[in-house]
Write a protein that binds this ligand. Structure first.
Ligand SMILES: *[C@@H]1O[C@H](CO)[C@@H](O)[C@H](O)[C@H]1NC(C)=O
Ligand SMILES: *[C@@H]1O[C@H](CO)[C@@H](O)[C@H](O)[C@H]1NC(C)=O
Ligand SMILES: *[C@@H]1O[C@H](CO)[C@@H](O)[C@H](O)[C@H]1NC(C)=O
Ligand SMILES: *[C@@H]1O[C@H](CO)[C@@H](O)[C@H](O)[C@H]1NC(C)=O
Ligand SMILES: *[C@@H]1O[C@H](CO)[C@@H](O)[C@H](O)[C@H]1NC(C)=O
Ligand SMILES: *[C@@H]1O[C@H](CO)[C@@H](O)[C@H](O)[C@H]1NC(C)=O
Ligand SMILES: *[C@@H]1O[C@H](CO)[C@@H](O)[C@H](O)[C@H]1NC(C)=O
Ligand SMILES: [Zn+2]
Length: 483
């Protein structure tokens, strides 16, 4: 029971409660500020959305239960590794970020880019965009990348604060060790990026329908378990926002479904820049019509486009590195120059509308809801989400923060720096929901309560404490009375 015998005591109690309330309001508001939030983005290459249900994946399901899960993520065309990894860190379509394939030729630069030959270190191919690790660093924070595609390339004169030179032989455990080291350093990173080559490698070799893929998926689940354990040991699990995603899925191919270009085209009439399942064809001087006509109706499972006819929905047209003719195979079909060329039992790169091309998306951490499932998102939406979590300005992009806002445990609150709408890339309505109303109301309310408390406290103190605190009264009352 409250002892109300003394009015002085009661006033003190009320004041104490008021002070507590004020302090609480302020601290809750300040904790909403995403500036303190750290993010670890993990990509398991070629992890198809439904691999989660192929075999027991207890660690993935643990993240889903204690975090969020998006069932269908529409990635970008072409559904290949480098184009999609660059989209995850820029929010741009391939035609805008410039990494339009794993194998490219730029006729203006007169240069080639090839993942096959690891000839990917030419900065000029990457500089149509600015990846998030650079923006994070420009905001004064550190970034760390463990083998993320492109993270060991000098882009706009910079590298991530910490990074590893690409070497596929470096174990998952060693990559995780680096990430933990960077997050727990004296000057810790705010953004971590971690990449692993499987289940893509094995998916290509075995084909996704192979029963041998079961153990491959179990192994990835164990790797996730290892990462979670290390994050817990480092006391990062509850404070870090962990996002687990992938670049694309995988579909089963078959030697009965091969489109052999040599059957339709004269080898001397064109250069094959990229092969399968989207052939990028550069006809030689004066051979455009011949090549196009020969290929246009060659095979029922091959759709051939002149560059200007490429469907808008792919956002795959307005870039020099997209060749004059592209030929897109139907799902499960392979394009080969001849029968002796390399054939793979699993592949990706097909139409991004196909479910089998879709990756996974899971997230866990203070910013995310718990046990929440969302039906669908676009992979371009990850970038504004990352910028929001890091509290950094998003550069012009093709995603939408409002589309993924429902994944967050509290709505976007921070006074997000406004991005100039350069080419109309950011949709109308994009900035509105980032308005900092809640944040300002919280700070204002907290501050007003603290000020009111101080005024009441001082007023209360002056008459009531005079006899007991003569010195203090002398010190604080004098200037107040004179003022
Ligand atoms: C393009 O580069 C090749 C060598 O890689 C060279 O032979 C050719 O002349 C160059 N073409 C132009 C137009 O500069
Ligand atoms: C790649 O990593 C492996 C395993 O750590 C190491 O043995 C090898 O020397 C590295 N290769 C290069 C080129 O650094
Ligand atoms: C391949 O073409 C045939 C004939 O047009 C069609 O029936 C089949 O559905 C196509 N395959 C795919 C995977 O679209
Ligand atoms: C078959 O195609 C590969 C490239 O895809 C090429 O290197 C090889 O020379 C071709 N073989 C023949 C006999 O044309
Ligand atoms: C998670 O959500 C599902 C359905 O929304 C519900 O059935 C389940 O009990 C929840 N699990 C936990 C641990 O809250
Ligand atoms: C993905 O983007 C397209 C085009 O901007 C939009 O129409 C669609 O609603 C988005 N999908 C989701 C699930 O947000
Ligand atoms: C994608 O974003 C870029 C950069 O803002 C913009 O130039 C481009 O027009 C956008 N594409 C679409 C289809 O909105
Ligand atoms: Zn990949």
């Amino acid at each position: 029971m409250l002892n109300c015998s003394s009015p002085l005591k009661m006033t003190s109690r009320l004041l104490w409660v008021a002070f507590k309330l004020a302090a609480l309001t302020l601290s809750v508001t300040l904790s909403l500020q995403p500036e303190q939030q750290k993010v670890l983005l993990v990509s398991f290459d070629g992890f198809r959305w439904d691999y989660l249900y192929r075999v027991p994946t207890p660690h993935f399901h643990y993240v889903m239960k204690s975090g969020v899960h998006v069932k269908q993520v529409t990635n970008i065309f072409i559904t290949k590794t480098y184009p999609n990894h660059y989209t995850l860190v820029t929010g741009l379509f391939a035609e805008n970020h410039g990494i339009v394939a794993n194998d490219m030729f730029d006729p203006i630069l007169n240069k080639s880019f090839s993942l096959e030959d690891m000839n990917i270190y030419d900065s000029e191919f990457w500089e149509d965009a600015i990846p998030i690790w650079i923006t994070n660093q420009r905001a004064g924070r550190a970034s760390g990348a463990a083998m993320w595609p492109g993270s060991d390339v000098k882009i706009h004169e910079s590298f991530p604060t910490h990074y590893m030179l690409y070497n596929e032989s470096v174990s998952f455990e060693d990559r995780v060790a680096k990430i933990i080291e960077w997050f727990t350093a004296k000057e810790p990173i705010h953004l971590g990026l971690l990449y692993w080559e499987d289940p893509d490698d094995m998916g290509h070799r075995l084909g996704p329908d192979s029963p041998l893929m079961g153990p491959v998926i179990s192994d990835i689940d164990n790797k996730l378990g290892y990462l979670i354990q290390r994050l817990k040991e480092a006391k990062l699990w509850d404070t870090l926002n962990l996002i687990i995603t992938s670049d694309h899925g995988m579909t089963q191919c078959s030697e009965e479904k091969v489109i052999e270009l040599d059957q339709y085209l004269d080898k001397d009439h064109y250069i094959l820049i990229d092969q399968s399942p989207v052939a990028a064809i550069l006809p030689k001087e004066g051979k455009f019509d011949e090549v196009y006509e020969a290929l246009a109706h060659a095979h029922p499972n091959l759709t051939v486009y002149k560059k200007e006819e490429i469907p808008e929905r792919w956002h795959y047209k307005y870039n020099n590195r997209i060749q004059p003719i592209i030929a897109v195979a139907d799902e499960g079909w392979s394009i080969l120059q001849n029968k002796s060329a390399d054939f793979m039992l699993g592949n990706h790169g097909y139409d991004n509308a196909l479910a089998e091309m879709h990756p996974i998306f899971l997230a866990h951490g203070p910013a995310f809801r718990k046990n929440f499932t969302k039906a669908a998102m676009n992979s371009t939406d990850l970038y504004p989400l990352l910028c929001h979590l890091l509290g950094i300005p998003a550069l012009p992009h093709n995603g939408s923060l409002s589309s993924v806002q429902d994944l967050l445990s509290s709505p976007a609150t921070r006074p997000a720096p406004h991005t100039p709408r350069l080419h109309g890339g950011v949709r109308p309505g994009e900035h509105e929901q980032e308005e900092p109303y809640a944040y300002f109301i919280g700070v204002s309310l907290g501050s007003i309560l603290v000020v009111v408390f101080l005024i009441v406290f001082v007023k209360h103190l002056i008459p009531s404490q005079i006899p007991t605190l003569p010195d203090m009264q002398a010190e604080i009352a004098q200037p107040l009375l004179q003022a």
